[in-house]
Design a protein around this ligand. Structure first.
Ligand SMILES: [Zn+2]
Ligand SMILES: [Zn+2]
Length: 265
């Protein structure tokens, strides 16, 4: 089995405010993983560190103590279960997890595309397609300049509909500046960060492969490594890895050498 269908580094439990499926508990997900031949999974509930000022009202209840209430994670002899989180990057250096608290997690997923959070992630003044194209690359350029333990960071869903819900996401993806993106990915490759292949966000990639795979093709050219993610909020979506990822991996011609792995000590 391809290395890209035997791990899932991004899914949510009911500790995330947007996850309402009672089946999404660590025990159930682990049992599903063991049954379907997974070797590594990572729980990544939404998180805002109380030590970082400026949480939105949605994020505020999802602090470190809250997400750590999932610990200790259940164990299985064939499946390694990592403990991670999905935090937020809001621009201006404002990251929802303080540098000092990275140690509390095996893996930290950082999205730059939650642009539906207007007035928090996306400035109210950004309304046009052209502005969004700029903001997309600006955010990545800012983010990669931060001093972080990058080898335990994954860049979440670079292509997703949340990016521009009211408009044409494909148009944004096609207009992103290639040279600037290559510089961002070059830096991510050198720091050892992972690039996420998000099965939920990529579910419709085959309708327009050149558009939806564009950022990943550039990331691969720069030498980045990739990991798979279901981003499941309901149990049945854990199956998105098997349904979506093999086609994406084949289209990108990824091999074992291109696989990002969560560091373990
Ligand atoms: Zn997300
Ligand atoms: Zn998520």
């Amino acid at each position: 089995m391809s290395t890209f269908v035997t791990h899932d580094y991004h899914f949510h439990s009911t500790l995330s405010a947007c996850c309402h499926d009672e089946c999404m508990r660590p025990e159930t997900v682990l049992a599903h993983a063991a049954e379907h031949g997974f070797e590594e999974i990572c729980l990544t509930d939404h998180l805002w560190d109380p030590d970082v000022p400026g949480a939105s009202s949605w994020y505020r209840p999802q602090g470190i103590r809250h997400v750590r209430s999932a610990l200790p994670l259940p164990r299985h002899e064939r499946v390694r279960f990592f403990f991670g989180c999905e935090t937020e990057y809001c621009g201006g250096g404002k990251l929802g997890l303080s540098r000092a608290h990275f140690d509390e997690f095996d893996f930290v997923v950082i999205p730059t595309t939650h642009m539906h959070m207007r007035g928090f992630v996306r400035p109210e003044a950004v309304v046009t397609e052209a502005q969004m194209v700029e903001l997309y690359v600006d955010r990545l350029e800012e983010l990669v300049r931060l001093d972080l333990p990058w080898n335990k960071v994954g860049i979440a869903h670079l292509t997703c509909n949340l990016l521009f819900k009211e408009g044409d996401v494909g148009a944004i993806l096609r207009q992103l500046d290639e040279a600037r993106l290559l510089r961002v990915f070059d830096r991510l490759a050198r720091t050892g960060a992972g690039i996420e292949l998000n099965a939920s966000s990529l579910a419709g990639w085959q309708a327009d492969p050149d558009t939806w795979l564009r950022p990943y093709r550039l990331a691969k050219r720069a030498g980045c490594r990739f990991y798979s993610a279901s981003d499941a909020h309901v149990l049945e979506n854990l199956g998105q890895i098997a349904a979506v990822i093999p086609g994406v991996v084949a289209a990108l011609a990824l091999t074992e050498r291109d696989r990002y792995r969560i560091p373990c000590d």
